[in-house]
Structure formats: C-alpha cells, structure tokens
Ligand binder design. Sequence first.
Ligand code: SME
Length: 172
Amino acid sequence: MSPSAAEYEAVAADIEHLAATEEDSDAIVRGAVEAIHDRLDTYSWVGIYFVEGEELVLGPWKGPSATDHVRIPIGEGVCGAAAASGATEIVDDVNADPRYLACFPSTRSEIVVPVLYEGSVVAEIDVDSDAPAAFGAADRAFLERVATAVAAACLVGWDTGGMDWDAPENWA
Ligand code: SME
C-alpha cells in the first residue's frame, strides 16, 4: 500500500532532525537510507549514489540484495539521466523504459531524485519498488525534501576535484 501523508511527514521530519543534530555525515546518509527503506512499505531497495567526476558511485544502500551497478556513467540508465539533468525521474514500468539498467528481476518501478548542493548535483537517491507505478507526486515531494536535508552530508562523498578544503582561500 502507498504510504500515508502522515508516514511521509514523520520520516521526513526524523531525517531532518538527524541531519540537524548528527555531526557525522556518514551517519546522516546511512540513517536516511535506513529510515526510507525500513519505514515505507513500497520502497523495496534504497540507495544513494555520489557524483565522482563523470560517474555515479554507490554509497549506502539497503534492500534484499546488492546491485552490480556500483558505478554508473553520468548519462546512462535512469540514474545517469537524473544526474545529467538535475531533475527527478519517475519510471512507472521499468521494463518499458529503454534507459533502464536492470538490477533486480523483481523491480517494477523506480524513482531517482538528484541531491543538489548550491545548484550542483552532488548525489542522488535511487528507490526501486517491486510494485508497478509505485511512485507519484507524494514520493517526489518527500524524497526531494529528504534530498535537501542530506545535501550537505552528501558533499563528503562528492568529488571536490582535488580542492583543498583546509586552504583559507577555499573557505566560504
Ligand atoms: N536502475 C538504475 C540502476 C541502479 S539500480 O536500480 C540499483 C538505472 O537504470 O539507472
């Protein structure tokens, strides 16, 4: 069954609280993945990919099995499309989408939400469902809210292009 408005609200508020109070970025990103996976019924597999150069690299994930797609070139697959455009992708029937990179035989639908930090895509949240057309406007709004909450924490997994964050000239 689709999650209720109250369920989305509770999970999003908890992730926002975690992001505001936890100092360890890794714990924030992992905690978000776990909460999304464990508390929303139709969310079968949840992972966060970080942008590294021209690739997406899989970070924390939770689901019944591991994916072979641990690195995805930006522009390939549904994940790569969302990273290239910076816009959320919703696929109602993955088997009908020629871009789809298959991970699990049970997957029927997918949503990919880019994580933007100061206008740049630094990561993305990928959710697969075993139910067809599982994701709609409420999932998009929920996951875009989560993406905003975890954006700063995701920077840790982001390729800084060798920038030295300790150098005073790079301080904000
Ligand atoms: N289906 C994705 C690949 C990642 S897996 O779903 C974990 C895609 O088409 O990009």
